[in-house]
Structures are given as C-alpha cells and as structure tokens.
Ligand binder design. Sequence first.
Ligand code: NAD
Length: 421
Amino acid sequence: MEASSIYTGPVFEMARKQFETVADMLDIPAPERTRIFMPKRTLAVSCPIQHDDGSVVVYQGYRVQHHLTLGPAKGGTRFAPNVDVGEVAALAIWMSWKCALAGLPYGGAKGGVAVDPRALSPRELETLSRRYMQEMLPFVGPHTDVMAPDMGTNEQVMAWFMDTYSMNQGKTVLEIVTGKPVDNGGTVGRREATGRGVAYLIGRAAETIGLKINGSTAIVQGFGNVGSVAAVTLQAMGVTVVGVSDHTCAYYDPKGLDVAKLEAHVRRTGVLEGYSKEGLFDASELLVQPCDILVPAAIERVINGKNADKLQCRILAEAANGPTTPEADAILRNRPEIYVIPDILCNAGGVIVSYFEWVQDLQQLFWDETEVNDRLHKTLERSYQAVSTLIEKRSLSARDAALSIGVERVLNAKRKRGLFP
Ligand code: NAD
C-alpha cells in the first residue's frame, strides 16, 4: 500500500499494520487497499484564544473523515497534549471498522486539539471549544460528520459545540453532535454507554471461557468516563475491583477497592490522587498484577512488547482505543489462556448509543433508559456473536475476526457503489 506523507506516527502505523494483516486475509488487491484505508479528507485548523491573563495562544486542531460510503462520518473529539494528525487519522480509521462491525450507517471520523484541557480555566475551555467548532463549520454537518466526546471532552463541551453550530445556523440543530447533556437533546444512557457496553461484553466473554463473573477480580486503568462506569458496572455484577489508576496515581488492594467512594472522590476533585494514603501502587506495574479481568480504559499502546508476556489476566477487555500494539498482539496470539475483547468491539457501546441519540434527535422522539439499554445490548450481542462465529470458523484471533468483519463491510459497500465519476 502506498505510504502517505501527512499521516505518520506510531498510532497510525498500528492502524496500518492491523489493516494490512486483515487485507491479506481478505485478499484485497493493492489499489483497493489504498482506497479503503486512506482517509477521505482532513482539515487542520489553528484556534487562537485569549487566555485569562490577556495573552493569545494558538492551538492546533484536526478533523479526519475516513470514509463517508455508508453514511455520515462519526467520531469523537479528543483534547489532549500529544494529539497529532496521524493519531487522529488512526482513530478515525478504527471508528470506520467499529461502526461497520456494529452495523451502523456511518463512516468513521475523529477530531482533536493538541491541548491539556486541565490546564485551562473553564472560560478558556469554553472559548477553545467554541472556536474549534467555529473552524469546523464548513466541514461538518448532521448528515456529513457528527461529533461526540472522547478523551478530555465531555457533555459540557458537546453542549458548546451544539450551541456554536446552532447559532451559526439560526436554529437549534441537536443532531450535529452526540454525547450532549440530556437537558440539551442528549439521550439517557449515553454517558454510561461505553462503560456499560464494556461490562456487558466482559460478562459474555466470561460465559464463553467458563469464568464465574461473581467473585472474579478486575483491574481498570483510566478512571474517566469509560473506566469509572466500567468499574461501577462490574462491581454491580459481583466483580471485585482490586486495582485502578489514572494519570495521577494508582491504587491496588487484593481484598478489593471501594469503587463508589473512588468515583465520588473523582467527581469532587477530578483525579484519583488524594483519595487515600493507603493502597498507593506503582502505576507502571498495575497492568501485570494478577486479576481475572484487565480493562485498559485510558490511552494507546499500554500493552506492548515489554509487558504482554507478563499479563496475568484471563480476559483483556480493550475499553480504550488501540491499547495493544501489534508486537503485543503477536505475543498474545501465543497465549490462548487470555481472551481478548478487541477495542472495536469492546468500546462500541459509545458509538451505538450515539447513533441512538442521533436517531432520536432527528425524529424528535425520545426513548426511556430501558429501551436504550435493551437496544444497546441487542446490538452488542449481534456483534459479539458475529465475531465469535468467525473466531471458531476460521481460527482467527478476536482482533482479526472483528477487524475483518468491519473492513469487509466497508469494502463491499464501496464495491457496490462503484467508483465515481
Ligand atoms: P476521559 O478523559 O474521560 O478519561 C481518561 C482517563 O484516562 C482519565 O482518568 C485519565 O486520568 C486517564 N489517563 C490518562 N493518561 C493515563 C495514563 N498514562 N495512565 C493511566 N491513566 C491515564 O476519557 P474517556 O472518554 O474515558 O476515554 C478513555 C478511552 O476510551 C480513550 O481511549 C477513548 O478513545 C476511549 N473511548 C471513549 C469513548 C467514550 O464514549 N468516551 C468511546 C469509545 C472509546
């Protein structure tokens, strides 16, 4: 496949390697590979904002639309210091395979701004959010590209995005973003959807491998939207959460941590740090501690060639996007005792309920939480079974099975639409 000049970096290379593996399996001819893999279009923007001290700082932002073959592009917006166009492109590509695997009428997209949102005041964060959306106006739309939250953004940021877009349109356009507050046309159950979906699939994987979920143990890396909800839901299922971490610190207690208290502390202070003087643990060692269920729910490439052979879990539930490098994948292929729930399946609950939110906004007809959760479980179940069937039928790894379903659906849609003009 042809190399690209603007998409570079380790995360993009991960997406490329994963795709090449699956493209070989599906026997996709070389020119078609480039057509399917390379992003359709990308916008890079400068976002100048005035800080509270009067200085003007320019932040670099991106939006990548990987493909629009199956419908509007769909994907989150990340505010994090190291965001670059290669990482955003990889995340957009993964969104494509994820939406196709879940059977959603979307292509993949992703956006990001290179900024540490925690270093901004509330006013600075609002100004940056609004400026970023303002710069995106010619590029996005409810039937072109629909944004959502990701790392470093939340319901409030989505409300500012929606308001900025709507003020420019002269009318309220709820369906321009998902993951909004329920007060602003969001859906019940969206904030919790990704973590709940992760927990549902862990339950299914436990059944598959004969692990009794009640009384099992879990370690969760990342205690933001996804990690905290996953931890709370797992605990409600009878799982003992023995380890958690965020970017500030890690806690580990083989007897179990009080997840509700941890969550209350994070809600109050924003971070795990300061929760307790007891149970503090070396964050770099947390992932390799013994547990039944390991849930990376933070950043990319944390399971790599250095630690994959040291994992002591039975289920690796990839709540984050891209937590496992191809080197680690190669090691895990020789460790069949670890059941991997690959990211594009594991964290799909977020985009599935985002899709429900978009449908409700378009119809102006809102569902209750039972309906949202029932439909979420039904959609995840369909994907889980499709992946499980392929694992059995073709003796594939779970990642290759999930990716090949997603890639093949995009491939088929492109082939049947034909080449324009
Ligand atoms: P978030 O910003 O709410 O939380 C991120 C968490 O990760 C925080 O607790 C942060 O402290 C922690 N973290 C950051 N760097 C860390 C490090 N080096 N070690 C340990 N912890 C670290 O973000 P989120 O929305 O929960 O997203 C987490 C992951 O899930 C990302 O990979 C994201 O792409 C993925 N994801 C999110 C959604 C969603 O609906 N929010 C959907 C699908 C996938």
